[in-house]
Design a binder for this molecule. Sequence first.
Ligand code: FES
Length: 424
Amino acid sequence: NFEVAGMVDSTSGLVDRAIFTDEGLYQQELRRVFAPSWLFLGHVDQLKKTGDFFTTFMGEDPIIVSKGKDGEIRAFLNSCRHRGARVCRADYGTTKNFTCTYHGWTYDLEGKLSNVPNVAGYDENFDTADWGLVEVAQIDNYKGLIFATWNPSAPELPDALGGAKYYMDAFLDKDPEGTVVVGGIMKWELDGNWKLAAEQFATDWYHVNMSHASALMVLSPTGKGPKSEIANTPGRQFHDEQGGHGAGFPTHPKSRFDAQKVHEHYDYGFLRERLGDATVEGPMTTGHGTIFPNFSYLPINGSIRIWHPKGPNKMEVWAWTILDKSMSPEVREAQRLYNLRTFGPSGIFESDDGENWSEVQSISNGFVTNSVALNLQMGIGSEREDGVYPGTTSELYSDAAGRNFYRKWAQLMDTPAWHEEPNE
Ligand code: FES
């Protein structure tokens, strides 16, 4: 195990670049950051009826998520207990059971081993009850978003989300009927460490005017781009000290890219009554956030995404469009296309971000480059409780949530996880 306390100095705002490139640290991340944390799996709308399933990853572990005959949603390691093949190779579907294509062991929707070809070849000590799929320790959903953890002693999901729930409600709780998934899941690979993306969505508004100058110009109602009121609005950044989550958002009623058709759907009077003025004028705008470690969201786009780690130098991005259930088909389609054009794999904002992360990663293996610390010092000392937005806040243009993200990361990296603790 590597000690990382000296690599992340959240007080002075300095981060060692090796945390984005080192293979040994990456393996430790899988053990100590991903294995103990609540990780996003998908949306309940993906599992409407008995037998519906989808596959995903928790860290680099392949996962099946299925709806059982009892209506319960369960998540299992997608690896056969016989010789380890993937039990399910489909992205999603509906089934009665999962049959491994190597030798034919079959598991039911509850993960139990239900059929073994030539079972007579095993002796009397072989008990199928001992060889079911490995199941996650805890699974739950927050307003439709399914999370799971391998950690039996992790706090329950609502406690783990902590202060971030208020900010998530800005996109999950607008509609009393909840949210639905619209369109498929967009999946693409990027050269870049997963933390570059997760950190940016938690904290970085500083890049917006520069990196997205062209996109802002296209979308600005005035056509002035970064010099318009959209790009220079006041705002807040939030972070949850316990959980490592972060979010940033303008606090300006015009910072919503008003060309969107979705604004024809919203009854802002109703939303102000339901969620409060502060939410409608803040987290419901063009903000973005990260639920530690690797789930992020953009409320007004309806974009939710996960940054799957694929080694220290690569990530896989999976992005959904989720919208209010009561939206008309026309508004849903307009919003789906809007999200695709902005934050789809070749969206005008997404491609700016991906290019930045890949560019940073591409030069990070140089010996000297890798020994020069990165700067997350903006807004040091500005953290406060502002009496309007819950949790710890700072100005919109600040690295406060980024420093907190890495503080949480380092804390987990330097703490033995539950699976490393000796038996009592
Ligand atoms: Fe699955 Fe053998 S590896 S049945």
